[in-house]
Design a protein around this ligand. Structure first.
Ligand code: EPU
Length: 442
């Protein structure tokens, strides 16, 4: 097992290039099952979750190959060669919850899907009831057998579906129902659809394949079913807003000055607004009108003053993303006063709280809310990563802390951050990947 060894205190300065979005690439890759013609995707990040999705698609009869061997963000080609397999088994689903993305495409194209029910995970219970309700509304018969969801249909039929749940809409639920409805008979209206940019990216690919989807990016998506989807050539995956947000916060927590390349500024407005109140400026640094991929400069208003405390509540897009809550908490733990962080999407997503506490952060949790009482300094410590974004917050805390931090179980980070330690090292961080055995001597 590997760990990061970080010696804190270096200001980050320089340029980081943002990779393609993991959470956009995963449902788009799954959507390749909707057609027998090829799909070519560019800027697919080289991550463990992407490797898992490739492995799952291979088992489901879809060939996936690299087009630019050795490229940083590779281009891949996906093409279904066999239509019989329809079983996403537990051993692969338990490595990656996003395996649920194959449910809608398999059902719509092959008339049957068997997908192991994803269990809870480190960030909470994470049910898939809304996905199933949506597919049932399209006419699917759904049963549960041996822990697997079994869905069958002769032909899906369009209808109006409400996809809201107790915590708002569902991103992958919207992806599943939208993908399935693309091949349904008649028109489907999804009300309370997720508005995340990843849903817009998926709709753009499906439309390029001949689907008729309107309204993606709003809470009401309308899908006129078509008989067949065709090829999707050369779709470039959107830039990863969560990776970009993480590095923006990394610059802020070290009092540094970073320039981000390929940064999706338009989808980070909630973060930019909050950071403005904390005392960190995030501005576009080029003249391009395309704010989905621009050059962005992060600058702390005054290097000597501590961040100002704020109130933060996570919300569905365009609100503040749950996927940046842990990283922001690391920054606020060094603020000059008390902040209040409330998690409204995954109320149990607080595994970083105890670990940040080991580094001297003063955090008091009450249900879905954490009071963050800012301290002058964090202090390096051995800490254990528990999920992707919690791990990222520990790395950020380590970059700012006095002394040495060892972040164990970095395989969580490898699921969602491409070459994180290399990107950080290139802008001045003292961070190294080591085998856990090596840390016993530290
Ligand atoms: N929910 C239900 N029933 C459902 C589906 C969801 O109650 O059938 C609840 C969830 O438990 C949660 C809320 O609805 O409380 C929102 O969950 P959502 O379904 O939107 O999450 P997801 O689609 O499974 C994606 C991202 C997550 C991100 C969330 C929220 C991918 C692969 N995953 O998950 O990303 O946190 O949306 O934005 O796109 C990450 O990248 O670290 C990550 C966890």
């Amino acid at each position: 097992m590997e760990a990061f060894v970080i010696t804190g205190g270096n200001k980050l300065e320089g340029r980081i290039s943002i990779s393609g979005s993991k959470n956009s690439a995963l449902p788009i890759m799954a959507a390749s099952l909707l057609s027998s013609e090829p799909m070519i995707l560019q800027d697919v990040p080289n991550l463990r979750d992407i490797k898992n999705m490739r492995a799952l698609l291979k088992l489901l009869g879809c060939d996936v190959c690299d087009l630019e061997a050795g490229a940083k963000d590779s281009a891949i080609r996906l093409q279904v060669t066999e239509e019989e397999p329809c079983w996403a088994k537990y051993d692969i689903v338990c490595t990656m919850r996003a395996s649920i993305c194959v449910l809608g495409p398999l059902l719509a194209k092959r008339g049957k899907a068997r997908v192991s029910m994803p269990g809870g995970c480190a960030i909470g219970e994470r049910p898939v009831d809304i996905h199933l309700r949506g597919l049932e509304a399209l006419g699917a018969r759904i049963t549960l057998e041996d822990g697997d969801i079994i869905a069958t249909t002769d032909k899906l039929k369009g209808t109006t579906i409400y996809l809201g749940g107790p915590f708002g809409s569902t991103v992958l639920g919207t992806a599943n129902v939208m993908s399935a409805a693309a091949l349904a008979e008649g028109t489907t209206i999804i009300e309370c659809a997720a508005c995340e940019p990843e849903i817009v990216d998926l709709a753009n690919v499906l439309n390029a394949m001949g689907a008729k989807i309107a309204g993606a990016g709003t809470p009401r998506i309308s899908i006129e079913g078509v008989e067949k989807l065709h090829t999707a050539l050369e779709h470039r995956i959107i830039a990863d807003r969560i990776e970009a947000g993480t590095y923006i916060i990394a610059a802020a927590i070290t009092g540094g000055e970073l320039v981000l390349d390929n940064c999706p500024l338009d989808s980070l407005l909630a973060l930019v607004d909050l950071l403005g109140r904390v005392g960190v400026e995030v501005n576009q640094a080029d003249l391009t009108e395309d704010k989905r991929r621009c050059l962005v400069k992060v600058k702390c208003a005054d290097n000597k003053t501590r961040p100002r405390p704020v109130q933060l509540t996570t919300q569905p897009y365009p609100g503040f993303p749950t996927d940046l809550q842990a990283q922001m908490m690391a920054l606020l733990s060094m603020a000059d006063g008390n902040s209040v962080v409330t998690e409204r999407i995954f109320p149990e997503r607080f595994l970083h709280v105890a670990e940040l506490g080991r580094m001297g952060a003063r955090l008091y949790r009450q249900g879905p809310t954490v009071i963050v009482s800012g301290v002058d300094n964090l202090i390096g410590a051995p800490v254990t990563a528990s999920d992707l974004r919690a791990s990222a917050s520990l790395v950020l805390a380590g970059l700012a802390a006095k002394g040495r931090t060892i972040v164990r179980r970095v395989y969580h980070l490898d699921r969602g951050y491409e070459q994180m330690e290399k990107k950080l090292e290139a802008v001045g961080a003292d961070i190294h990947r080591v085998n856990v055995d090596e840390t016993s001597n530290l």
